[in-house]
Write a protein that binds this ligand. Structure first.
Ligand SMILES: C[S@@+](CC[C@H](N)C(=O)[O-])C[C@H]1O[C@@H](n2cnc3c(N)ncnc32)[C@H](O)[C@@H]1O
Length: 304
């Protein structure tokens, strides 16, 4: 008997499959989680980790059940959240799923789309955790500067919906992503450079802001309102006859003024003109479809 050939778990997802009968292994994984997390926290403060852009994770016996990818997404989630808390860019992740040749890799591949979906959900959560941490420390710092009875008026870009990855919230940055993809297709930049670029922007909902103010506890919240403002609202006041290309140029100029230093340090100054030329075109296309707005939040606080 050739062990290499016959040593594998039952494939598929049926009644006798390993995938449907691996809850004991899941229990072991749950028990080991604190040790895994301790190891990850130790790793992320290690000089070798800090000096690397790519982190490679290998499962040496992944089989074809749900346990493998759930451990991988837990590792990715923990590292991403920890990096955001420490104001650091998370690494690019490479995942190696190994097993013996008889393993049912087809079932492993079939489970990848739901793994990617889960990862997509992890990203907004990591951005929210970062915002929560930052806004909490902002309030804490102001509480040390403002005397009892002092007032604060804040404005932030916010969002109306519960879902932080909804189009309304992401559209302004989606135009940049589309323009980046355009210039990647033209050969100005590599596709992989886009994957490793993260924009430090989060638009909270009113409920998220309220929760953090209550949690921090130094201020009474006296007003929390949202209002809409068109992407080109200042330009079109009293004049709605501008064509979409002209409006797009106006929008693209202020997006460039805000984002160019970050984009340029990642993609290089030489590609900025090409990028923003494509950006103008993408914003103009968006105007052909809808009348986009930003949601702004206004908050008034009294120091307790
Ligand atoms: C009990 S399963 C665990 C699967 C999964 N990691 C989990 O926790 O549910 C052990 C896996 O290790 C694999 N395995 C055993 N010896 C191996 C070897 N020398 N190289 C790669 N995989 C191996 C088996 O084929 C099997 O899929």
């Amino acid at each position: 008997m050739e062990v290499n050939r016959v040593l594998h778990m039952n494939g598929g997802v049926g009644e006798a499959s390993y995938a449907s009968n691996s809850s004991l292994q899941r229990a072991v994984i749950t028990m080991v989680k604190p040790i895994l997390e301790e190891t990850i926290l130790d790793l992320v403060s290690d000089e070798a980790f800090l000096a690397s852009k790519v982190l490679c994770i290998a499962d040496l016996g992944c089989s074809s059940g749900p346990n493998s990818l759930s451990v991988i997404s837990h590792i990715v989630d923990t590292i991403t959240t920890t990096c955001h808390k420490q104001h650091r860019q998370p690494p690019e992740f490479q995942v190696l799923l190994n097993d013996l040749p008889g393993n049912d890799f087809n079932t492993v591949f079939k489970s990848l789309p739901s793994f990617y979906d889960k990862l997509k959900r992890v990203v907004p959560r990591a951005y929210y955790e970062q915002f929560k941490h930052d806004f909490y420390s902002f309030l804490h710092s102001r509480s040390e500067e403002v005397i009892k009875g002092g007032r604060a008026v804040l404005t932030l870009t916010g969002r109306r919906t519960d879902d932080p990855s909804c189009d309304e919230n992401c559209a302004p940055w989606k135009m940049i992503t589309l323009a980046l993809k355009d210039i990647a297709e033209e050969g100005h930049i590599e596709e992989a450079q886009i994957d490793s670029f993260n924009f430090p922007y989060y638009a909270p909902s009113a409920a998220e802001v309220q929760d953090i103010i209550l949690l921090q506890g130094s201020f009474s919240l006296t007003r929390l309102e949202g209002f809409e403002i068109g992407w080109d609202s200042n330009m079109t006041t009293g004049n709605t006859s501008f064509d979409n290309l002209r409006r797009a140029r106006y929008v693209s100029k202020y997006v460039r003024a805000v984002s160019e230093p970050m984009l340029s340090s990642h993609f290089g100054a030489l590609v900025m003109d090409a990028l923003f030329q494509r950006h103008i075109e993408r914003v103009a296309e968006h105007y052909n479809k809808e009348e986009p707005t930003f949601n702004s939040l206004v908050i008034t606080l009294i120091r307790k």
